[in-house]
Ligand binder design. Sequence first.
Ligand code: HEC
Length: 129
Amino acid sequence: MTMKLMVLAGVLISSAAHAGSGPSFTKDLAPILKTRCATCHLTGAEAGRMALHPAAAYDSLVKVQSIEAANLKRVQPHKPEASYLLMKLEGTHIANGGKGARMPFGAPPLPPEQIALFKAWIKAGAKKN
Ligand code: HEC
């Protein structure tokens, strides 16, 4: 392979890897959870029973059973349509057997582009990335 082709192949591989990885939990989602959610969901002892500050958020969400919706995980990797967290952000939780308010509680909903980040991250496998 010539030098030029090798460089081209490298560029293609790295851009494909980037496109496939989706949003980053640490860089894209944790800061939103910290400012919009951890104000209430701080230690896990509060209503909702989960800590959403950066050090705890991932383990509080991914593959963890929801307390409000009997048959749903908070985050089911690869399945936004089966993830209670997303329903609470979109306001579709009641229709899906959940209860309580749309999140964030008592505040305006997250902007659609932020909700889309959560959705894309779950779809890409909800990685600790
Ligand atoms: C002002 C306080 C407050 C804020 C801010 C808040 N929550 Fe909540 N959250 C609650 C309360 C209270 C409940 C339980 C009652 C309810 O669901 O309405 C709850 C419940 C939940 C549940 C249900 C947990 C389960 O296992 O069923 C999820 C998921 C949730 N919150 C996610 C979030 C997210 C994500 C954010 C930020 C976008 C957020 N909350 C912001 C107070 C808050």
